[in-house]
Design a protein around this ligand. Sequence first.
Ligand code: ATP
Ligand code: MG
Length: 559
Amino acid sequence: MAENTPSDFIRAIVAEDMRTNKYGGRVHTRFPPEPNGYPQLGHAKSICLNYGIAEEHGGKYNLRFDDTNPTRESTEYVDAIKEGIRWLGFDWEDREFYASDYFDQLYEHAEQLIQMGKAYVDDLSAEEIREYRGTLTEPGRNSPFRDRSVEENLDLFRRMRAGEFDEGSRVLRARIDMASPNIVMRDPVLYRILKASHHRTGDKWVIYPLYDFTHCISDSIEGITHSICTLEFENNRALYDWILDTLDLYHPQQIEFAWLKLSYTILGKRYLRRLVSEGHVAGWDDPRLPTLQALRRRGYTPQAIRAFMDGIGVSKSNSVVDLGLLEHYLRQDLNQRAPRVMGVLRPLKVVIDNYPEGQVEWMEAVNNPEDPAAGKRQVPFSRVLYIEQEDFREDPPRKFFRLAPGREVRLRYAYFVTCTDVVKNDQGEVVELHCTYDPATRGGDAPDGRKVKATLHWVSAEHAVDAEVRMYDRLFLKEDPFDAPEGQDFIANLNPDSLEVLTGCKVEPSVADKAAGYSCQFERQGYFCMDPDSTEGHPVFNLTVALRDTWARIQSRRG
Ligand code: ATP
Ligand code: MG
C-alpha cells in the first residue's frame, strides 16, 4: 500500500481538501465533550480520530467543552476529561475552549437572526411544539407566534435574557420550514430559559443556547476545518449549514462517522451514570467500567487503546466490536512491556522436606523474555513455599500433568520437586504438601536429561508479600446489554460475578517497593496492575486481563 493512502473515508476527505487547498493547507479539528460524565472508550475513539488526523497533517486540535446544559455539568467532569485525554497522550496546548466563552457572541448572532426575520420567540409550550412539529410522514404546522414582528421578537428575546419570564414559557426558534422533510429543520429551538447557575458563567445567564446553534458557531469561531461527529448528527448537518450560511460565517465541514459500540459493555454516559449512582459499581473509576479512569486503574495502557482504535478503523455504518479484540490489543502491548513476576492467587503450602531449614537461595529469574533490556532479578527460594491450589491434584485425571502424589515437576527457575505426602484437614481438604527436591536440578534443568511435563510458579513463604487480588469478569452477561427481558432494562443483564476478591494471595518480594499503577504479569495467570487502594506492605492488584481469552473458550464450549 502506498505510504499515504488514506486509511478511511474521513482521511480521504481531508487528504483531498489538502490537495485542493480548500482551507489554505490547514487541518484544524476539535474534540467537543459535554462535561457531564467521565470520558469513555467512545470518546477515546473520537479523540484518536480528531486529534490523530490533525497530527498526521501537522495541524492543530482544540479541546472544547460543550457546556450549554448547566444542570448536568460540573468541573469534576471537566477535570476528568482533561486527565483522560492527557493520559491517551494528546496535548491540546493552550487551545482549551468552552462554548460558554462564546455566550455573548452567540447571543449577538441570535439577535442578528431575529433582525433578518430568521428567528422568532415562540410562546408554545414544549409539548405544543412537539405536537406542531408533525411526523416523518406528516408536515408540521406553523406556530401562531411565527409571524411576530422583528421589534416584538427583539423585545421578547431581550426580556427573556433579562429574566422576566419563567422557565419553559418561551423559546427562541429559527424560522426555517415547518414542512421540511428533515424534521430537524422544522423551526428548531435555538435558546431556552433555564434559571440555573453555570459552573463557569455563574448567574450571568438565564437563557442558554442549544447544541445545534452553539456547535456550528463555536466551530466557526475557532476556525475548525473538519468538524467530525457521530452519525446521529447526520440530519443536523442541514441545520449546521443553514445557521452558518444564513449568518454568513466561516464554514467548516461537518463529517459524520459511526460511533463505537463494544460487546458486553455500555458506553453511553447516561447509562454509566446510572451504574455509578445506583451503586452497581464502586464509582466512575471502578475497573469494570469502560471509562478512561477505570481502564487506567485496571491496567490498560494508552498505547493499547490507541492501537485498538487504529485497528478497528472508522466507518459510516454502525457495528459492534468484540470486547475480545480490545483485550487482544491489550495483551499484545502488555506482553512487550510488563515485567514478569511470580504470584500465587490461591496458595497451597508446600514443605520441601530435604531442603535445609533456614537456608535461602536467590534464584535468577528473567524479567521479560520479550525485552532483553529488562534484565534479570533474584527470587528467594526456601524450605516452605506456596504453589497454586489448582496445580495439584491428589487424583489426577488423564490429561493433568501438574503436581500429584509421586510425580515430579519443575519449579520455575529453581528445582525439580517430587510430591511425597499430602496433609488434609478435618473436612478432607488438602492443606499442605510434602515434597523432596533434587539438588542437582538447580536452575530448573536435570543434568541427566530427564524431563518433566509441567513447570509451576511458586513463592517462598517467608519472603512472600501478602496481597489482595481483584479478579474481574465482564460487567454484563449478554453481548448486547440492552437485550433485556420485557419490562426490564440493562441492569437485569449485569454479571453478578463480575468481581471476585481474593485475599491472602502470595506474591514474590520484588513487588514490595512498587507503587499504584505498577503493572506486571503474574506468570501463567495474566496481567495485573497495582491499585491505589494498596497500603504499605499490602498491595492490592487488579486483574487487567488474563493471559488467554478463556471467555472465548468457555463460550464456544457452551455454544
Ligand atoms: P455519551 O454517549 O457518553 O453520553 P455523548 O455523545 O453524549 O456521549 P459528548 O460529551 O457529547 O458525549 O461526546 C463528545 C464527543 O465524543 C462527541 O463528538 C461524540 O460524538 C463523541 N462520542 C461519544 N460517544 C462516542 C462513541 N461511542 N463512539 C464515537 N464517538 C463518540
Ligand atoms: Mg451527546
